[in-house]
Design a protein around this ligand. Structure first.
Ligand code: DQA
Length: 158
């Protein structure tokens, strides 16, 4: 049986500093801690994750384009680019697979400039405000959405 494509978990700028950066807002877990927790969660659901971080908008665009053919779903924490990037909006728009916007903090409860998201209008849904748990809940959602699509796809083939 062919391997199901992984869930891409894409992290944007400054998330490499997690654990050191504003722990009162983002918690004490490092990005590596989050990666390990995501891998464990995905494994329990019979999924794989491809977990990445970049500080560069264009690299995130490239990864979203790659996800079009290489992922079953995308979990995107675009960091500050969430609130600024039309390029990420357009790249996410071109996805034909589920996209889940994810944040450690709850941007709506913070400064007003964080209330606007260029990702939300095209995401299937958003998980925010639960720290590391946001990622784990997003994996559950991605898994459920991908499973529905896989079941539909299989029944079309038979
Ligand atoms: C963030 C929220 C964004 O507003 C912020 O710019 C980040 C992190 C979060 O995960 O809570 O870098 O995406």
């Amino acid at each position: 049986m062919p391997l199901t494509p992984p869930i891409f978990i894409l992290n944007g700028p400054n998330l490499n500093l997690l654990g050191e950066r504003e722990p009162d807002i983002y918690g004490h877990a490092s990005l590596e801690d989050i990666r390990l927790a995501c891998e464990t969660k995905a494994k329990a659901l019979g999924r794989r994750v491809d977990f990445r971080q970049s500080n560069h908008e264009g690299v995130l665009v490239d990864w979203l384009q790659e996800a079009r053919s290489q992922a079953c779903a995308v979990i995107l924490n675009a960091g500050a680019y969430t609130h600024t990037s039309v390029a990420l909006h357009d790249a996410a728009r071109a996805l034909a697979i589920p996209l889940i916007e994810t944040h450690l903090s709850n941007p709506s409860a913070r400064e007003s400039f964080r209330r606007r998201s260029f990702i939300s209008p095209i995401a299937q849904g958003m998980v925010a405000g639960f720290g590391v748990l946001s990622y784990l809940l997003a994996i559950e959602a991605a898994h459920a959405l991908a499973k529905t699509r896989e079941t539909e796809h299989n029944s079309e083939e038979t």
